[in-house]
Structure formats: C-alpha cells, structure tokens
Design a protein around this ligand. Structure first.
Ligand SMILES: NC(=O)c1ccc[n+]([C@@H]2O[C@H](COP(=O)([O-])OP(=O)(O)OC[C@H]3O[C@@H](n4cnc5c(N)ncnc54)[C@H](OP(=O)(O)O)[C@@H]3O)[C@@H](O)[C@H]2O)c1
Length: 226
C-alpha cells in the first residue's frame, strides 16, 4: 500500500536519499528544506502527489502553513520523518558561539517539535500514524567537541519517550539512530575519515524497508537502522 510520508531536510544527505528511495518504492513524499534551488529541482523532477516546499522547520508558523496546505490538498500523512538537523563546528562548549548553539537547538529540538505539533493532530484524528525522530549515536553516548549536538539529540530521546506516553493507540513515536553515514554533516566532524562510511544511497537501501516496517508496537522505542 502506498503511504504518504513527510520528510524534513529532503534537500541533501539522508533526507534526500530517503525521499528518493521511498518514491522509487511507490510512496508519496512531502519534503522540505531551506535551500530553494534543491527544493525547486526536486519539485520539477517529482510531480504531485509528491510535494517539495521551502520551509525552515525552526519557524513554527512556516511549518504550520506547510502542514495546513498539505492537509487541505491531501490528507493526514502516514509517516513523519523528522530528519532535518544541524551540528555545531567541532569545538569545546565554551568556544561555540551563542548563535550556533541556538541554531542547533532551534532546528534539532524546536524544529522537530514544530513538525510534530503541526502534523500530529491530523494523525490523531485518523487514529493512525508513525513519527520517526532522528536521534544519533550521540543521542545515547557523548564525545568532546559536539556538546551542543549531543545535548540536542539526548533531548530528542527524552522528548520521544514522553511523547510516546501521550499519543493515543494507533500512533507510535520512535527515536531512530541512523548509524554513521558519509554526508556533509559527517565530514564536518570526521573530516577525511567520513569517506570510509556508507553513502546515503547505500544506507537508504536498508533504511527505507526498516522505516516502512515500523508499527504501533514500536511506540517509545529507541532504535538503530540495521
Ligand atoms: N550522517 C550521519 O552519520 C548521522 C549520524 C547520526 C545522526 N544523523 C542525523 O541524521 C539527520 C540527517 O543528517 P545528514 O547527515 O543527512 O545531514 P546533512 O547532510 O547536513 O543534511 C541535513 C538536512 O537538514 C536540512 N535542514 C537543516 N536545517 C533545516 C531547517 N531549519 N529547516 C529545514 N531543513 C533543515 C538541510 O536542508 P537545508 O540546508 O536545505 O535546509 C539538509 O537537507 C540529522 O538529524 C542528523 O543529526 C546523521
């Protein structure tokens, strides 16, 4: 059965690879990102019922308008993939600029919350839906140099658990560690070493079926793509 899937951060990296893999598998993707050139190119390649919109998930109002437009035209999504994220430039906490810390929290935590708050009511009304919140190995362990990012991903784990106690039956919310994949984000923290990891397309071959298998029974789980 074809499913309707919201993916944040569809312009590059894991989000783009997931969007491509899910569309190839016959599902409908509603993606967003801030980079208009990438969004326009996706929109040109993939006509309705797919939809790609320039949305900054850190802006609650933009997210609400995006969700309202999709709901009016189509219906509630079956799956939400909260993938969009930022990492701070590797540095000890006291050297990370204040604005960079705010950006990491605004996108990774508040952005995820904005998307859930805008789309979840439609899933609740339908009595069905899966919410996937991208965590990280650094949402369950820590390393020096990425304290703001670790704080944001540990927050996602806590948010996910609390939310799982609130959602009605039929809905599930899952914290998902994607693994370690060669993306632009990984290069900022691993440098040349990033090249030794899977490409996003290779990763999507296992991530797409993994995400499609998630069910109501996974509510509240902290899982890792394998
Ligand atoms: N790569 C890994 O090994 C790894 C490991 C653990 C967890 N993760 C997590 O996996 C997710 C994807 O990471 P990635 O490696 O694919 O990173 P990436 O290549 O840097 O891509 C990040 C995506 O997020 C989008 N984004 C950032 N800020 C946004 C905003 N305010 N509004 C909308 N979209 C925004 C970007 O699009 P625009 O710039 O166009 O807005 C881009 O599409 C993140 O949550 C990351 O923390 C990745």
């Amino acid at each position: 059965m074809s499913r309707k899937i919201v993916i944040t951060g569809a312009t590059q990296g894991l989000g783009k690879a997931l969007a491509t893999g899910l569309m190839q598998a016959g599902h409908t993707v509603w993606g967003c990102g801030r980079t208009s050139t990438a969004i326009n190119s996706l929109a040109k390649q993939h006509a309705a019922p797919h939809d790609f919109a320039v949305v900054d998930i850190a802006q609650a109002q933009q997210v609400q308008i995006w969700a309202d437009q999709l709901m009016e035209t189509w219906a509630a999504p079956d799956i939400i993939i909260n993938n969009a994220g930022l990492i701070n430039k590797v540095a000890p906490l006291w050297e990370v600029p204040d604005q960079e810390i705010s950006d990491v929290f605004d996108v990774n935590i508040k952005g995820t919350i904005n998307v859930i708050r805008s789309f979840l009511p439609s899933m609740k009304a339908k009595g069905q839906g899966i919410i996937v919140n991208f965590s990280s190995g650094w949402g369950r362990s820590t390393s020096p140099g990425v304290a703001p990012y670790c704080a944001s991903k540990w927050a996602i784990e806590g948010l996910n658990q609390a939310l799982s106690q609130e959602v009605p039956s039929g809905l599930a919310t899952i914290a998902l560690n994607p693994g370690i994949i060669h993306t632009a984000m990984l290069e900022t923290c691993f440098g040349q070493q990033a090249h030794s990891y899977l490409s996003p397309t290779e990763w999507a071959h296992k991530a797409v079926p993994f995400i499609l298998r998630l069910s109501e029974n996974d509510n509240g789980q902290s899982l890792t793509v394998h």
